[in-house]
Write a new protein. Structure first.
Length: 167
């Protein structure tokens, strides 16, 4: 039979089918898959047992801690009261110092138009805007009227462009 490229026949029809190794088929699955599944189940059981043991150990540690806390609470109940009073006194001193510092840092009302949030009133904003515009227009007028600056700018321009030199 002559085969052409793009033949109708499939490879499975033209080639011999491979034989399975002798020991691989056991039921529906190969033996190595069965072994892998068995090993995975064993590992999962071991993990569960380890988790159970860890949980028991943690419960025992918690119980021991509870016992020790009860023991220390009975011994140091009077010490705790003294420490609480000391801590309260220290806290009160710290808050008083902070209050003094904030009072010193508060700005005085040196500028009547400043608001609490640091914004200017509408009048102050308008005044500042007018001042900026006036300063800008003065600078522009000075530049326009400055003949020396104009001649220097022309010289720089023509120095960069030699084809445009004055005749």
């Amino acid at each position: 039979m002559i085969q052409f490229p793009g033949s109708v026949y499939r490879r499975s029809e033209t080639r011999a089918k491979p034989k399975a190794p002798i020991n691989t088929i056991k039921g529906d699955q190969p033996v190595f898959l069965n072994n892998m599944i068995r090993d995975a189940k064993i590992r999962e059981k071991l993990r569960e047992e380890d988790l159970i043991e860890k949980a028991k150990k943690e419960e025992q540690e918690v119980e021991e801690l509870k016992k020790s806390v009860k023991f220390f609470n009975t011994i140091s109940s009077t010490d705790d009261q003294d420490e609480d009073e000391d801590n309260n006194n220290q806290h009160n001193e710290i808050t008083q110092k902070k209050a003094k510092i904030t009072q010193q840092q508060q700005p005085t009302d040196s500028h009547p138009t400043l608001k609490v949030f640091g914004e200017f009133s509408m009048e102050e904003r308008e005044n500042r805007r007018l001042q900026r515009e006036n300063a800008f227009s003065e600078r522009v007028n000075i530049r326009r009227n400055d003949d020396e600056a104009i001649t220097r700018a022309r010289e720089r321009y023509f120095a960069r462009h030699p084809l445009l030199k004055k005749t």
